[in-house]
Design a protein around this ligand. Structure first.
Ligand code: GAL
Length: 775
């Protein structure tokens, strides 16, 4: 149910009534996030609170913690829908509504969900008119001070109308588990059926990736679940970056006539965790090189778009990522589909709070009533994804310190085991010593350690049976392409007047540390099975260290910026996590003559020589004894002169990298990431605009405003420079570049193929680019 919704961003009396007149409301499509429409404002969800976990014990003012966007406004959605005359049961499935939703069908009220991240199904059979038009109204009432990051607001994930006959599969009806034994793969299937009877037959068909049937059966169904097992003598495993997915389709037949069908994909793989060897997938010990991700998609806000999420994943894989932590809540289900398809392992996480709240109206308020349901729903929805390898029952929950905290952990752990005995449980533990003292750490199968690589060794010695990994690591901060002259370590990081952080990436808040420290620890301790770096992309909200510095409103933690443009740090991870041979030099080379500048390079080469305008500035080596030089090459205090800086691998001179002083900007390079996209109304094209001089060199310090317009079968959606303190609403048709760059996002129009054109105008003239949309 994507199109044809009416929407109003306010609370309206009687909006739930069937015959309410919504003619004046605007039309929107789902998924929809109304908070991203802005405007950014310092009073939006201004929070006054302490941050115990960060050592802030007296309340402080946070502006922009949830993005300085209007996330706490009430709103209404309405939609007409038709139900077939021969339907017997009708459901609405919501993948997530942010938040505190209530559903009305023909004026009849149904409980929605408090927790905005949960997927759920509502049985609306009592309210619908069969063979007629019906009216759906959904109210959302998100609360202020309910989150530590940007939530989005509204029906921000997919909605489906599901019509059933008398006998049917309920919501998330199928459980698929696989096992490899004696070189054979066993596929265990269990399907729930509503209204079983001796006339009901259930058919299972399992097909491989090419659609070949590898197992099928048909059996009568006397009780409310049917079990089947297929044994495959030959099979293919799902693996990291090596996806192989099977599909199982279950059908219900009455008197030979098909009345319901449900299909899901799954993978065959084995996972083991060992306190000495680490993580073992399909028999191979594998380090998890993971990232944490919040759910927003930058300029699109929280409104889910599969193309945008896929783009993120592709970019992450390019730098060697093999693990994805859904921080700190269940993701859109399509994210897990993508992780299945691309072969990433996933830490699926339920919540950021238990009973003890981190923010005034946080989940803790609802925990006693909803925690079980939300956890069960997450597991039932996600348990067939081969990518999901662990259930996280919480992140940095404050109960770590409480003597009784282990009870809650135990309770949640047991729920996970009841729902899915095949996967381990975990939690992101930050108050590590407390978590071991109070026992929470022993109640989960895998002890996730947030930001404490210095404790790995002693924990392992003291608790040799505990399985350890870095559930959250790094948290260095930077602004893409922005540099200070000197690369200084700043810990804890302090706010700057321009609200920018240097891309040397040596600054971190007091609980965090340079990511190189984690690289060293991961190398040193094979028993630690990997890490999840905070974060893959900048996200909206939590603009640490700018807690009270509007317009800072997005995080600085990302390896990519909110627009998906690379920060320099991408190359550090690439040099560590992939086999690619390259040199990446930084900073830019546009300073004032006489400046003293540090020069760094990321590379997997062992020795690199630097030349400034042809003169050698020496050969640099990495130094594993010095954390910040352990994974980068450093030339300190270079006397700046304009020209060319060249870095060459000593062992293989064909590997080199060069940066040049840019001259005056002359034009804007407009480069779409794709030349054609599907005309399905969802496909996006990201178009990078770069200010360059007449030689084509990027001008890193000549930021100007660009104005955008489109013609043809495309829609302009947003632009984003990645600057964390840009006050302009993302959807405005203009944007000031950051470090010479900004990204425009356009979208295709459903069933309208053709050629669209983006025009970029600025003081540098007018540039255009064409994007084809195809059916
Ligand atoms: C962690 C927390 C994350 C984020 C991060 C920033 O302690 O789990 O949600 O706040 O710090 O460094």
């Amino acid at each position: 149910m994507k199109y044809g919704w009416k929407f109003i961003r306010e609370d309206v009396q009687d909006a739930h009534l069937e015959h309410f007149d919504d003619a004046n409301w605007r039309e929107v499509r789902i998924p929809h996030d109304y908070a991203i429409e802005g405007p950014f404002h310092p009073d939006n969800d201004k929070q006054v609170s302490e941050v115990i976990a960060d050592g802030i014990i007296r309340p402080i003012v946070h502006v922009g913690r949830t993005g300085a966007l209007p996330i706490a406004e009430k709103a209404w959605y309405r939609k007409k829908f038709f139900v077939q005359a021969n339907t017997k049961k009708v459901f609405l499935e919501f993948d997530g509504i942010m938040s505190n939703s209530t559903i009305y069908v023909n004026s009849l009220k149904y409980q929605g969900r408090v927790y905005g991240y949960s997927s759920f199904s509502v049985d609306i059979s009592d309210a619908v008119k069969f063979g007629a038009e019906n009216t759906l109204a959904v109210s959302v009432s998100p609360e202020d001070t309910s989150s530590r990051w940007y939530t989005g607001a509204g029906i921000y994930r997919a909605v489906r109308l599901v019509e059933k006959a008398d006998h049917y599969f309920p919501y998330c009806p199928l459980r698929v588990t696989t096992e490899i034994r004696n070189n054979k793969a066993f596929i265990d299937l269990e399907a729930s059926i509503v209204n079983p009877s001796q006339d009901v037959e259930v058919e299972f068909v399992v097909t491989d990736r090419d659609g070949m049937v590898v197992g099928s059966s048909r059996k009568r169904c006397y009780i409310d679940s049917v079990y089947e097992v297929f044994k495959l003598n030959s099979y293919r495993c799902w693996g990291i970056w090596n996806s192989y997915l099977y599909t199982v389709t279950a059908k219900i037949f009455i008197d030979g006539k098909e009345v319901d069908c449900y299909s899901t994909r799954f993978g065959i793989r084995t996972i083991e965790f060992d306190s000495n060897k680490g993580f073992i997938i399909n028999g191979a010990v594998t380090k998890i090189k993971g990232i944490c991700m919040h759910h927003d998609l930058g300029a699109l806000g929280a409104a889910f778009n599969k193309y945008a999420a896929e783009r993120q994943i592709e970019k992450l894989i390019k730098m060697g990522v093999n693990g994805y932590r859904c921080a700190h809540n269940p993701p859109a289900p399509e994210v897990l589909d993508l992780c299945d398809e691309y072969g990433l392992v996933v830490m699926d996480e339920a919540y950021d709070e238990w009973q003890m709240k981190k923010v005034k109206n946080g989940y803790g308020k609802h925990f006693d009533k909803w925690a079980k349901q939300d956890l069960v729903d997450m597991i039932r929805r996600d348990r067939n994804h081969p990518s999901v390898i662990m259930w996280s029952i919480g992140n940095e929950i404050l109960e770590q310190r409480e003597e009784d905290g282990y009870k809650v952990a135990r309770y949640l752990h047991r729920i996970c085991k009841q729902e899915d005995p095949t996967r381990p449980t975990t939690a992101g533990l930050s108050m590590t010593e407390d978590a071991f003292r109070t026992g929470i750490a022993f109640e989960v199968d895998l002890a996730g350690i947030n930001y404490k690589p210095h404790l790995y060794e002693q924990l392992h010695l003291k608790y040799p049976d505990v399985i350890l990994y870095g559930s959250e690591t790094g948290s260095t901060v930077s602004t893409r392409g922005y540099f200070e002259k000197r690369a200084t370590i700043e810990h804890p990081i302090k706010p700057k007047e321009n609200l920018k952080e240097s891309s040397f990436d040596l600054g971190s808040p007091n609980w965090a540390y340079p990511y190189e420290r984690e690289f060293l620890a991961q190398d040193q301790y094979p028993f630690v099975f990997g890490e999840f770096v905070w974060t893959g992309f900048d996200y909206i909200g939590e603009p640490t260290p700018y807690r009270n510095h509007f317009p800072a409103r997005s995080s600085y933690f990302g390896i990519y910026d909110t627009a998906g443009m690379e920060k320099d740090r991408v190359y550090s991870f690439k040099s560590k996590w992939t086999d690619e041979k390259f040199i990446h030099l930084m900073p830019h080379w546009n300073w004032t003559e006489g400046d003293i500048v540090d020069v760094h390079a990321y590379s997997s080469c062992s020795k690199v020589e630097l030349f400034l305008n042809g003169r050698s500035l020496g050969i640099a080596k990495k130094n594993s004894k010095d954390e910040t030089k352990s994974h980068r090459f450093v030339w300190e205090k270079v006397l700046y002169e304009p020209g060319e800086l060249l870095a060459v691998s000593v062992d293989n001179p064909s590997i080199k990298s060069c940066i040049k002083t840019a001259q005056e900007p002359t034009t804007v390079l407009v480069e779409p990431e794709k030349v054609s996209i599907f005309a399905d109304g969802d496909a996006l094209c990201y178009i990078k605009c770069t200010i360059v001089d007449k030689q084509g060199t990027v001008c890193p310090c000549s930021d100007i405003q660009l104005n955008f317009s489109v013609t043809g079968p495309i829609e302009y959606i947003a632009a984003d420079s990645g600057y964390q303190a840009d006050e302009r609403t993302f959807g405005e048709p203009y944007c000031k570049t950051l470090s010479g760059k900004c990204m425009v996002i356009i979208r295709s129009i459903k069933d309208t193929p053709g050629t669209g054109m983006l025009t970029v105008s600025s003081e540098l003239g007018e540039q255009t680019v064409e994007i084809d949309t195809v059916l």
